[in-house]
Design a binder for this molecule. Structure first.
Ligand code: SF4
Ligand code: SF4
Ligand code: SF4
Length: 367
């Protein structure tokens, strides 16, 4: 326990330090918006200290052809709706809210420490978890909004390499913080802090058909889909193999399935809007489908699970081989931990504690 307390104290201090530094950096990056239709896109970008590609990216959400707009002639001569250009710039500014970001990161570090020190010490975790998930949806989603979030931290990092983001220090800090939050325990930020993950699990908890049709997705399928999507994202973003992707580049695949934007509804992409009911329905039967099939941060945090500070462990002397833990687990993680076929790269474990609660002999520890 002493080690855990020191770890959590250090985590909160590091988060406060890094997020205050980010606020300071962000303030210098995007101050008041300057807009005039006499300016060219390039001048607009310079005046507002944002990459021109970030503005073009915003404009191209509706029509990908807008990527090819001339950058050196006045906006009024471009033949595009001036309000759309203004909106694209406003959107960039809106996403950059240093005070909200600082508050959110600090609250996340305190919240995750509380979960580790208090909640995961309880024997009956299930009921508490339902409440904490709803709290995460409310605080980190409804109140504090879609941004920042773990998925964007990884997507924006790749966009940065493509010149579509212009704030390397802030993006690196954000990615570092989410990495730290994932190292506390297996998928810790995903499990207890992510607003979209918590929303999906809250839907999964609705006891429809008494969970008779709940389905545990074979891990190799979900991992393969996530990997294929991530590869497609890289190809379409950088235009790798120009012929393979039919000349498409600067296309951000995850933008179109960014369901985090339900916490910022007017920004939800058209595809995400129309497929949202599907996500809700599938979430009733499959545990966190977006996380298991789509989210690139899910993929990254799966790799981090191998070096996470805390993990689920079976104490062999106490185990009576009843397999109740395997039944209780919403994924295939416990099955593989129990069968001990391999030590690393096991199916995603969400640190949910369901196996600990199900075990009649307290043979499972979160070590
Ligand atoms: S995997 Fe799920 S919980 Fe983790 S960041 Fe993505 S959406 Fe959130
Ligand atoms: S029930 Fe499964 S996902 Fe949850 S903590 Fe146990 S092994 Fe991990
Ligand atoms: S529930 Fe506990 S006792 Fe039963 S198999 Fe799992 S670890 Fe062993």
């Amino acid at each position: 326990m002493k080690k855990t307390l020191i770890f959590c104290g250090a985590l909160i201090l590091v988060t406060v330090g890094l997020s205050v530094y980010m606020k300071w950096e962000e303030n210098g990056y995007k101050s008041d918006m300057q807009f005039s239709q006499e300016l060219s896109l390039k001048d607009l970008a310079v005046k507002n200290n944002v990459p021109v590609k970030e503005i073009l990216h915003g404009l191209s959400h509706k029509d990908h052809k807008l990527w090819d707009l001339p950058r050196n002639i006045p906006i009024k001569s471009l033949g595009v709706n001036i309000d759309e250009v203004r909106h694209a710039l406003e959107h960039i500014k809106e996403e950059s809210n240093p005070l909200r970001d600082v508050l959110k990161y600090i609250l996340w570090s305190i919240w995750l420490s509380f979960i580790l020190i208090v909640v995961l010490q309880q024997k009956r975790i299930k009921k508490i978890r339902i409440i904490t998930l709803l709290f995460s949806v409310f605080l980190f989603g409804v109140i504090l909004g879609a941004t920042p979030n773990p998925m964007e931290s990884i997507v924006k990092l790749f966009k940065l390499f493509n010149g579509m983001e212009g704030d390397p220090k802030v993006l690196a800090m954000s990615f570092l913080l989410f990495t730290l939050f994932s190292l506390i325990g297996s998928k810790f930020i995903c499990s207890w802090g992510c607003q979209l993950g918590a929303l999906q699990e809250s839907i999964f908890n609705i006891p429809i058909f008494k969970k008779k049709y709940a389905f545990k997705m074979p891990f190799f399928i979900s991992l393969s889909v996530r990997l294929v999507l991530f590869t497609a994202f890289i190809f379409l973003l950088f235009g790798i193999g120009y012929r393979v992707v039919h000349g498409i580049k600067n296309f951000v695949i995850y933008h179109h399935v960014n369901y985090f934007k339900i916490f910022n509804l007017h920004d939800l992409a058209t595809i995400a809007l129309y497929t949202l009911p599907i996500l809700f329905v599938v979430s009733l039967f499959i545990y966190r489908p977006f996380c298991q099939f789509i989210c690139p941060f899910g993929l990254y945090s799966w790799l981090l699970e191998n070096i996470a500070f805390k993990k689920i462990k079976i104490i062999e002397d106490k185990c009576i081989k009843c397999t109740k833990c395997v039944e209780a687990c919403p994924t295939q993680a416990m099955k593989e931990i129990y069968e001990k076929k391999r030590k690393h790269f096991l199916p995603d474990c969400w640190s949910c504690g369901a196996c600990m609660e199900a075990c009649p002999t307290d043979a499972i520890e979160y070590r």
